[in-house]
Design a binder for this molecule. Sequence first.
Ligand SMILES: Cc1cc2nc3c(=O)[nH]c(=O)nc-3n(C[C@H](O)[C@H](O)[C@H](O)COP(=O)(O)OP(=O)(O)OC[C@H]3O[C@@H](n4cnc5c(N)ncnc54)[C@H](O)[C@@H]3O)c2cc1C
Length: 398
Amino acid sequence: MLAVTATPDITSVGIVGGSLAGLFHAVALTGLGLDVDVWERSTGRPDDRGAGIVLQPGVAWFLRELCGVDPDRVSVPVTHRQFFTGDGNVRIMPMRQQMISWGAIYQALRDTLPAERYHDGQPVTALVPGPAGATVHVGEAARAVDLAIIADGSASRHRGLVAPDGAPRYAGYVAYRGVIDEADLPQELATRFGDRFSFWDGERSQFLCYFIPGDNGTTATGHRRMNWVWYTRADPPELARITTDRNGTRHGLSLPPGLLAPQVRTDLLASARSTLPEPLRRLVEHTTEPFLQAILDARATRMRNHRILLTGDAAFVVRPHTAASTEKAAADAITLLHALQQAPSADTALQAWERLRLAEGTAIHRQGVSLGRRLGLSGPETTAGTDDRTWWGAERRS
Ligand SMILES: Cc1cc2nc3c(=O)[nH]c(=O)nc-3n(C[C@H](O)[C@H](O)[C@H](O)COP(=O)(O)OP(=O)(O)OC[C@H]3O[C@@H](n4cnc5c(N)ncnc54)[C@H](O)[C@@H]3O)c2cc1C
């Protein structure tokens, strides 16, 4: 357990949302000796298909120091970047990085948090601020806590308590995504992508791919998964069309694996064949269940309302080009941990935390918008609306 220094006025913490941001905070604050509970709306194990994540230093530190997990054991190394060019050539440059899966991070966090502190299938129905904390309502039950943390994702229902102006906006483009078991890839294709982070920049379009751990976090060659992402523009009517599933149900901002409408899949394959370099086209062809997510922007101007904090994607949804969403969630938790350890009082700690995390979130948000613009992807923004749910944050475990 970490040393508690200056938080006698915070002993109980309630966290809304038990995905990565909620879990990072729960593990960090439990380690401080605080009495932490997490309420998660969905039930059961998450489906982590498609969740390739670049392992950044904060997450690696968190896994090693607070979960006792060696990051090298649960990630796949890449040694080079390779850039496919329009003339069929490939440019290669050395660059070491590690790729991890959403599921490997989630598992490490769940294994660290005492199971009885994670209440799944229990949506928080209301959060009521009080003079010395907040009351968390779950159905008929109510629990008073000294500190409440909102970690309910980009479609946050509770964000308005802290940042009423922080609703997400559609950035004008989507990411088609695919995951393929390495065993299902032709050997020469697997070798070609081996230990490389591959890119192709097209006309208002970008494709990238890399290997991530396979089932049960295995990183052995032959048992990994290829993870690809293809950014392409889609105006709002096109977004509505491609996120309408094979049964005619409209999903709004994302579509889980297995639900792509046949015509959308046909169009995707046709587009891959007419634009992508051959190895990348073959990845799309080998993908049995492509899925997609709209790219969103959300930027909070406040992250704290007295003893209620706003974290993770509920505070800032940043563009995936930054490879920083998960790192940002981990850094929110690490910064809170250090602030509570070092500040002379809890309220001073929370003030310092908000100042630091607002500055960082704003900087990453700007960087993402600028990268999107540089790739020619950004379009006029439209408000996404709080009724839209992303499958990775809302439907995945329902
Ligand atoms: C499968 C998957 C793939 C991803 N892929 C990428 C990627 O490729 N690139 C990238 O940048 N980011 C990706 N992300 C997002 C990235 O992981 C997040 O930025 C990071 O995990 C922080 O998310 P979060 O915990 O703030 O929100 P989320 O992961 O959206 O979690 C919010 C949680 O809150 C719960 N919840 C909502 N309302 C309530 C309520 N009222 N009561 C209780 N619980 C509630 C939801 O069920 C959900 O579990 C992915 C996430 C997932 C799950």
